[in-house]
Design a binder for this molecule. Structure first.
Ligand code: DAK
Length: 257
């Protein structure tokens, strides 16, 4: 079994996935994306996994798609690209994903980060969509997710110039939610994931889905989805437990039912 992805856990409800192609700055080749998709398949089915942290190395989260692999693909190869299914797997993963980003998050690496629900970055993180330098353009959501996250002015700037921005600028622009000392990024992401893992899983799942709907739907449809999701939770044992625990001044014991 190739080792492009290190899998640790789940521990306290958190699965840690570490991209492991240091020789290529974690460039996302088909094998690595396939391993990531398989790990997410297993994580979705495993009730012991409540949240997932994805990280890379201190030097690079991921420097994009593997350019050598891409160079070998012609038009038909791109039409039949198996990576598309792997990216779709990531996009439909129902449990929270936290990206712990140090170093380069470029091209597909920035797009991978943007598939996460919470993005935490080290002080040394660099974000960009440099595909334009290669005569191509973002292909895994960069034009859409980046625009939704930071607005069209900065998205245009990054995707049309290929320039990179710092973690500080990414925080200011709303691309990430927090900056940490580089050596503490993974620890902090795990701590956030553990907090989420301690909550009622169905409420977590529906909250994630509802927030995603805010990008996909108009306000009225989004509010309808929220109302329906809120109503569904009224039938759960965890809701009854959460409310009762508050009244009894104790910590709730959620079971996922
Ligand atoms: N692919 C393959 N190898 C890479 C790589 C990449 N993206 N990035 C770096 N490497 C390799 C380098 O070739 C070098 O290998 P050796 O020469 O040592 O064998 C090693 O990693 C270290 O890199 P450098 O020597 O270049 O390190 P530096 O610190 O000098 O520079 C850098 C770091 C990140 C600035 C530089 O490596 C760089 O500019 N890398 C390329 C960044 C880039 O252009 N990324 C965008 C790639 S295009 C799609 C889905 C996704 C995509 C497209 C379609 N579909 C589903 C349809 C995404 C496209 C992209 O991401």
């Amino acid at each position: 079994m190739p080792n492009n992805l290190l899998i640790q856990g789940p521990d306290k409800g958190v699965l840690l996935l570490t991209l492991n192609r240091p020789e290529a700055l974690n460039a996302l080749n088909t094998a690595l994306l396939g391993e990531l998709a398989a790990a997410l398949d297993a994580a979705e089915a495993d009730p012991a996994t409540r949240a997932v942290v994805i990280t890379g190395s201190e030097r690079a989260f991921a420097a994009g798609a593997d350019i050598n692999e891409m160079a070998a693909r012609d038009l038909v190869g791109i039409l039949e690209d198996p990576r598309v299914a792997h990216w779709q797997r990531l996009a439909r993963f129902p449990k929270p994903i936290i990206a712990a980003i140090n170093g380069f998050a470029l091209g597909g690496g920035c797009e991978l980060a943007m598939h996460a629900d919470i993005l935490i970055a080290g002080e040394n993180a660099r974000f960009g969509q440099p595909e334009i330098n290669l005569g191509i353009m973002p292909g895994a959501g960069g034009t859409q997710r980046l625009t939704r996250a930071v607005g069209s002015a900065l998205a245009m700037h990054l995707a049309l110039t290929g320039e990179q921005i710092s973690a500080q600028r990414a925080l200011q622009a709303g691309l990430i939610s927090e900056i940490c000392p580089t050596e503490l990024t993974v620890e902090r992401a795990i701590s956030i994931a553990e907090t989420i893992a301690s909550k009622a899983p169905l409420a977590v799942r529906l909250t994630k889905e509802a927030i995603h709907k805010a990008s996909d739907l108009d306000l009225a449809a989004g509010l309808r989805f929220e109302r329906h999701a809120f109503t569904i939770l009224a039938g759960t044992a965890d809701r009854a437990e959460g409310l009762k625990a508050f009244q009894e001044k104790r910590q709730p014991k959620f079971t996922g039912c």
